[in-house]
Design a protein around this ligand. Structure first.
Ligand SMILES: Cc1cc2nc3c(=O)[nH]c(=O)nc-3n(C[C@H](O)[C@H](O)[C@H](O)COP(=O)(O)OP(=O)(O)OC[C@H]3O[C@@H](n4cnc5c(N)ncnc54)[C@H](O)[C@@H]3O)c2cc1C
Length: 424
């Protein structure tokens, strides 16, 4: 394991005289940034969102071929999107509810499985599976009608903290002065580096191969996951129209080999995987998207707000934390950051400005527990299932059986997966 710490000093400087002021700037044009910018503008704050290409609105996904980026969305994400008044505008024919999850250990017998059921847990569903494009498209449409939100096709080059806020220097040469800065600029966050916020990071030495399939057997609204000997993990997530989306976490070398396979070679590859269990469960599989691979790592920023004494910055989404996709929770966690930030700012006392350090500390405090717990659980699961010692093998197979027989533990696991956010 290679834990690295990066640290640089933050810059403090004076404000130039002729710049347009705004209340908040969100840097980053991913789902976290788009949702956050929309929510801040809905709070009545004059908001600017800065990201390359942000003025190009994402087209609604259509037709039988589905997008490459497919996500599991938790009920906490649904609650946020409903609060932002975009959930009802999402084309529900392209969203698949998940009512069951079946997780298989590498021993391959009946006792070596875990079944989580929405019905048993007394909840309507466990998650939805859908395209990133679909959510982004709907957020883009809502942003068009938000007069307090301005989108700027640009990128951040530098920043200076002053007594009132932060001066941002953009690639185009433009400068904006903002009271509060939201860093939604992804895992390699330039804002994190510019502020000298250290982070710990570890590569999993794995890449995730993602590809969509049409299957001949019904997926029964079930998300399947197989932990394989040697540390590979294959998830098959249900989609509408008898499709599944595969996320196969494997060595970078195998990922490079897999993304070049044609249909026939894929069929051969999948038929022997997990002793044939995948094709026995889902039937014949036909490619329905171009495969892509993403390197996997875990990362956590040491702070989720700007420098001690003068924070004025909130880190959200992958800028603050990155995790293994085995639990399908990275973006959901980022959107819970958004929900918390909106809640803290929306409920602030009338005497507090939006960049008050008490508010920023409240935000950071409320996000630390959820983030640490999810990062810890996904990391330990990943390592437990890649371990090759006999103790690790016994522990994981024994563990799956125990959890499967315990209604109490399963209920807690489901509660954690559903996530909870508070808007009141
Ligand atoms: C294989 C895989 C499967 C996954 N599956 C799931 C899942 O099922 N469920 C789930 O919840 N999560 C999942 N995740 C995690 C999810 O993909 C990420 O957590 C999410 O995309 C992060 O979104 P973000 O908006 O925080 O960052 P990003 O999407 O990385 O956006 C960062 C933005 O910042 C912009 N930017 C960067 N630098 C600058 C700059 N200098 N100036 C201006 N803008 C800048 C970029 O252009 C970009 O727009 C998965 C991840 C992987 C790899």
């Amino acid at each position: 394991m290679s834990e690295v710490q990066h640290h640089q000093p933050a810059k403090i400087a004076k404000k130039p005289s002729s710049v347009r002021p705004v209340d908040v700037v969100v840097v980053g044009g991913g789902v976290s940034g788009k949702a956050c910018a929309l929510g801040l503008a809905q709070l009545g704050l004059q908001t600017a969102q800065v990201a390359p290409g942000i003025e190009n609105f994402i087209a609604a996904p259509q037709g039988p071929q589905w997008g490459q980026r497919i996500y599991a969305f938790s009920p906490s994400t649904q609650k946020l999107l409903a609060r932002l008044q975009v959930w009802d505008a999402i084309d529900q024919s392209r969203m698949q509810p998940v009512r069951d999850m079946r997780i298989f250990g590498d021993r391959g017998d009946q006792l070596d499985t875990l079944h989580l059921s929405a019905f048993e847990a007394g909840t309507p569903l466990l998650a939805w599976i859908g395209e990133s494009n679909l959510i982004e498209h709907t957020l883009d449409q809502a942003s068009r009608f938000q007069s307090k939100l301005e989108r700027m096709d640009d990128s951040l080059e530098d920043l200076e903290i002053d007594a009132d806020g932060i001066m941002l220097h953009l690639h185009s040469g433009a400068c904006i002065h903002t009271k509060l800065l939201v860093a939604a600029d992804g895992a390699n966050s330039p804002i994190r580096s510019l502020l000298g916020i250290s982070h710990s990071e570890e590569s999993y030495q794995q890449s995730a191969v993602v590809v969509n399939w049409i299957c001949t057997r019904a997926h029964l609204e079930t998300a399947y996951q197989w932990f394989l000997p040697g540390g590979d993990i294959v998830a098959m997530l249900p989609l509408p129209n008898q499709q599944v989306s595969m996320v196969w976490s494997t060595s970078p070398e195998n990922a490079a080999y897999l993304i070049k396979l044609n249909q026939d070679s894929w069929v051969t590859e999948l038929s022997s995987l997990a002793n044939g269990a995948i094709t026995q469960t889902l039937g014949e599989l036909t490619l329905n998207s171009l495969p892509a691979a993403f390197p996997l790592r875990k990362m956590r920023a040491s702070r989720f707000i700007g420098p001690e004494g003068n924070p004025k910055v909130a880190l959200i989404g992958d800028a603050a934390h990155v995790m293994h996709p085995l639990a399908g929770q990275g973006l959901n966690l980022g959107l819970r950051d958004v929900a918390t930030l909106l809640h803290v700012l929306g409920q602030r006392e009338s005497f507090r400005p939006i960049n008050d350090k008490v508010l920023l500390r409240r935000y950071e405090r409320q996000r630390q527990g959820d983030t640490s717990a999810l990062l810890w659980v996904t990391d330990k699961l990943k390592k437990l299932f890649s371990g090759t010692s006999s103790t690790e093998k016994q522990l994981r197979n024994w563990g799956l059986g125990i959890v499967n027989r315990s209604h109490f533990i399963k209920q807690r696991l489901i509660e954690r997966a559903l996530g909870d956010i508070d808007f009141e």
